[in-house]
Design a binder for this molecule. Structure first.
Ligand code: DGP
Length: 116
């Protein structure tokens, strides 16, 4: 992460190209570069919150908007009833690699549980 942020800030500012599938005032959704399911979208807030630990009363609205964005999107693509998984990885044990919170939307196949 630099002072100007992570690669996700560059995707928000369009300095870095991404396959954007959803956008509103608070949230951007784009295809993961390394998909783990037929549908693998990253939903990110347009405000840099580094990890899940950094969610607080002042920025929680962004997290709510991320969930609403996912609901809108899964309805739009017809996957709401089939079901899907929403994942947030945090820090080392959670295998977080980009320190700008993101929700992984995984859909289009049955998921494994436990995830391992
Ligand atoms: P995580 O491990 O939870 O921090 O997931 C980060 C995800 O970000 C990982 O699945 C790959 C994805 N990713 C990393 N760099 C890029 C990029 O430049 N473009 C896109 N579309 N996805 C990226």
């Amino acid at each position: 992460m630099t002072e100007s942020g992570t690669i996700f800030d560059q995707i928000i500012s369009r300095e870095l190209a991404a396959d954007i599938v959803y956008e509103d005032q608070y949230v951007l959704g784009f295809k993961d570069i390394n998909p783990q399911a037929p549908i693998h979208i990253l939903f990110i807030p347009k405000l840099r919150i580094a990890t899940h630990n950094d969610i607080n009363i002042d920025n929680i609205d962004y997290v709510s908007k991320m969930h609403l964005a996912i609901n809108h999107y899964v309805n739009q693509i017809g996957e709401a009833e089939n079901g899907y998984r929403v994942v947030m990885n945090c820090n080392k044990n959670g295998q977080q690699t980009v320190f700008h919170i993101h929700m992984h939307l995984l859909a289009g196949r049955a998921m494994n549980w436990p995830p391992g």
